[in-house]
Structures are given as structure tokens and as C-alpha cells.
Design a protein around this ligand. Structure first.
Ligand SMILES: Cc1cc2nc3c(=O)[nH]c(=O)nc-3n(C[C@H](O)[C@H](O)[C@H](O)COP(=O)(O)OP(=O)(O)OC[C@H]3O[C@@H](n4cnc5c(N)ncnc54)[C@H](O)[C@@H]3O)c2cc1C
Length: 400
């Protein structure tokens, strides 16, 4: 049990900070404040994503990701129903474009079964075309549970609940330092203000490693890298080419799913995202450069080892970002009829991806607790799908 009047501070007003705050308020906490550095909630990953509710297909069985996405998708669908948030169970198809990919598709199917996905089914090339007539595939699998939603709608609903339960959100409040005492902490904001808290929960997304440093939590020299994902939009007259969600078989050594087609809940179809190293943690375009952050990324041994391990992936992602015809070629592997003139520029988002000193991108969620401080260190996709199960997991950690 949490003492109701303990002062709880949550750093970060993205979907995770908000879902955790909501869960704590529902459990009766009376003194909770979210500190958000921006002037609004959810301006980063939580509103710049694919809007897919992932059902747990890809993740190592019994990993935190597998468990929390399975639980999370069910909780989220129920939450959307109860709160009149628009969502749709449109289903997803993963396709093998070449015979050489069928083996990996089979492994994915087995993993999906191990994770308990419902209605998972293998498809022949012909059956793929029953669901997606314009796709070229040697084989596929269908995941009927996968759905779409706008995560900003979900985040806004969380915020509404937090406020109505008496919680507060303090904007323009960037946490830059802390003074640790035995039973409480003083968080120092960029403007010099001091905010006191007895329980601190950091959900700072792309800055989670920086907050670890501020909060004096050892993260084994791991670092967050910003991987930008760029999308194109199918022009309205070509949206007929895509009925639901169409994904390639992913590269198993990378946590990114490969460029795909995504139907949007607000209407329209996105194609993407790629995964290119951003030149600033919030560098949504090539022109947005933060030299200090760029130096921190490039001088990090983990990134250097990653580039040596995957020189082709790294260079082809840069080319695919700069040259539209290369992007289009990746999309044509899924739908050969796609042409460059059918696509207009779309959104971009930046994935906060934890990497270790060996150059491995950490695949699983990493959520830690030290004394009265919880740190959400690595919460890449599908953390939006899992926002409600992550909030239960964090509350359980605090009350254990
Ligand atoms: C391109 C892309 C596609 C994705 N697709 C999907 C998908 O289809 N399905 C899915 O489930 N997930 C998807 N994800 C992942 C998902 O969006 C994220 O896992 C999730 O939004 C993480 O939420 P968060 O609250 O941790 O981070 P964020 O939304 O980034 O929020 C962190 C917040 O902390 C604030 N902050 C940072 N530092 C400080 C500080 N010092 N003081 C105060 N505030 C601070 C930031 O301003 C920000 O508001 C995708 C992500 C991307 C980038």
C-alpha cells in the first residue's frame, strides 16, 4: 500500500508518465505532480508513432515486453471502449517477400504462438491477397488482434482523469538536478525552482539516461540513442492499395520492424518508419542538430561497435532517408505498384533506444527501482500499447 499523502513526483508527461500517474491517483494517492519540460503533454514519442496496438508477436517469450504487451493490449482496448476512444481491430499481415524469408516468418509464427496470440494463422500467397489484394508475398501470417488507435487521444484521456482526481501537471518544468535526502528528494528545475518529493518516478523518454545520472542510478554505462523514424503518406487517391497493417519480416537482430504500411485511425495510410540516427535527441529533421548531443552519441563506444557490426544497415538507412527512390524501393517489396508520386511527406518520430557498451540495442523494457526512485530507462515500442500494464507494473514495484 502507498500512504495516500506521500508526495509523488513524476518526471515526464508522455503516455507512460501519465498512465502511471493515473494508476496512482485511482489507488487513492492525494499528492501527485507531473513535471513536464514542455508546454504540453505528449509532444514526443507518445504522439509521433505508428498508432498500432501490438499484440506481442515479436518479443522473446516471458520477457517483460512479451508479458506487458499481451496484458497491455487487452487493458487498452477495454480502456478505449469504456472511454469512447476511437480504435479499430483491423488486423496485421506480416509477409515474406522472398523465399529466403519464409524460415524467419515460420520462427515468428512459433514465437507468436508461444506468446499466446489469438487467431494467429499462416497464409499462402493467395490467402494474403484475400486480405491485401495489392501485396506481393511468397507467404504470410495474419494477426487478427492487432489494432489501431491515436495515442494522443489516449494520453489526453489519462490527463483528464488525473486532473479530475486531483493530480496536477506542471509545465515548463525541466528537471536538471536533484538533492537526495534519506526520506525525500529535492528536484531542481532549470529555472532554479526546487520541488520536493518522497517518491520519484522518472518517465523521461529520450532523456531517460540523463535522468538516471541526475538521480544517481547506475545504468552500466548504457546510453540512449535517438533513432528517427520518417513516414510518407499515401495520397488519398491511392489509399485503396492498403486495407489494414502490412509489415515485412523483421531483421531479428534489430528492434525495428522495417518500413511498413499502417492504416491510421483518423483516416489515411502511412508508409514507414525508417530508422536513422538523429543529429539531436529531439532532431525531427536532418537540419535539427545539437552538437553536444551528437558528440555524445558519436563518441559512445556502444554506437561505434554498432556501426562496425552493422555498416550496411547504418549506411543504407541514411541513404533511404535522403533518397526517396530508395525508400520507395523498400515499399515496393511489399506492394510492387507503389510509385514515388503516390507518396507525400509525412510525420517523423524519434525512438528512444537503449544501447549497451557492446553495441547491442537493448530489446526489452528496462524499468528499475532504487530506494524511493523508479526509473523507466528503456521503453521503446510497444510501450504505448503497454502503457496501462506498465503503470500496474510500476505501482506494484513501489508497493511491494
Ligand atoms: C516512430 C515511432 C513509432 C512507434 N510506433 C509505436 C506503435 O505503433 N505502437 C506502440 O505501442 N509504440 C510505438 N512506439 C513507441 C511509443 O511511442 C513509446 O514507447 C512511448 O510513447 C514512450 O512513452 P514515454 O512516455 O516513455 O516517452 P515520451 O512520449 O517521449 O515522453 C517523455 C516525456 O518526458 C519529458 N521529459 C524529458 N526529459 C525531461 C526532464 N528533464 N524534465 C521534465 N520532463 C522531461 C519529455 O518532454 C516528454 O514529454 C513508436 C515510437 C516511435 C518513435
Amino acid at each position: 500500500m502507498i500512504e495516500q499523502y506521500k508526495k509523488i513526483i513524476i518526471i515526464g508527461g508522455g503516455i507512460l508518465g501519465l498512465s502511471i500517474a493515473r494508476q496512482l491517483m485511482i489507488m487513492g494517492c492525494k499528492n501527485l505532480t507531473i513535471l513536464e519540460k514542455d508546454e504540453s503533454i505528449a509532444l514526443h514519442q507518445s504522439s509521433r508513432n505508428s498508432g498500432v496496438m501490438h499484440s506481442g508477436l515479436y518479443y522473446e517469450p516471458n520477457s517483460l515486453k512479451a508479458n506487458l504487451s499481451r496484458k497491455g493490449i487487452l487493458l487498452l482496448k477495454d480502456y478505449c471502449n469504456k472511454n469512447s476512444i476511437k480504435w479499430e481491430e483491423c488486423g496485421k499481415i506480416v509477409v515474406a517477400s522472398e523465399l529466403g524469408e519464409i524460415d524467419r516468418l515460420e520462427k515468428l509464427f512459433t514465437r507468436g504462438q508461444a506468446n499466446g496470440l489469438k487467431g494467429l494463422k499462416k497464409l499462402s500467397s493467395k490467402e494474403v491477397n484475400y486480405f491485401e489484394p495489392y501485396v506481393s508475398a511468397k507467404a504470410g501470417i495474419i494477426i487478427p488482434e492487432e489494432s489501431i488507435v491515436n495515442y494522443l487521444d489516449v494520453a489526453n484521456k489519462f490527463k483528464e482523469e488525473i486532473i479530475s482526481l486531483g493530480g496536477s501537471i506542471k509545465y515548463s518544468s525541466k528537471v536538471v538536478d536533484v538533492k537526495l535526502f534519506i526520506n525525500y528528494q529535492e528536484l531542481i528545475l532549470e529555472n532554479g525552482e526546487v520541488i520536493e518529493g518522497e517518491i520519484i518516478i522518472s518517465a523521461a523518454g529520450i532523456y531517460s539516461d540523463k535522468l538516471a545520472k541526475v538521480l544517481n542510478i547506475d545504468i552500466d554505462n548504457k546510453q540512449i540513442l535517438p533513432f528517427r523514424g520518417e513516414y510518407y503518406l499515401l495520397k488519398p487517391s491511392f489509399e485503396y492499395l492498403v486495407k489494414g497493417l502490412i509489415y515485412p519480416v523483421p531483421n531479428p537482430s534489430l528492434p525495428f520492424l522495417g518500413v511498413h504500411f499502417t492504416k491510421l485511425i483518423k483516416g489515411g495510410v502511412e508508409a514507414g518508419p525508417n530508422a536513422v540516427l538523429a543529429l539531436a535527441r529531439e532532431g525531427y529533421k536532418w537540419q535539427m542538430i545539437n552538437f553536444k548531443e551528437l558528440y555524445e552519441s558519436l563518441s559512445y563506444i556502444g554506437l561505434q561497435k554498432f556501426i562496425l557490426k552493422y555498416p550496411l544497415v547504418t549506411s543504407s538507412e541514411i541513404l533511404r532517408s535522403l533518397l526517396k527512390p530508395i525508400f520507395v524501393k523498400s515499399l515496393q517489396r511489399l506492394i510492387p505498384d507503389i510509385k514515388g508520386n503516390m507518396l507525400s511527406s509525412g510525420n517523423t518520430g524519434i525512438r528512444a533506444q537503449l544501447i549497451n557498451t557492446q553495441g547491442n540495442l537493448e530489446q526489452d523494457f528496462d524499468i528499475r527501482i532504487k530506494d524511493n526512485i523508479v526509473l523507466i530507462l528503456n521503453a521503446p515500442s510497444p510501450a504505448a500499447t503497454s502503457s496501462l500494464s506498465i503503470s500496474e507494473y510500476v505501482v506494484d514495484m513501489i508497493t511491494r
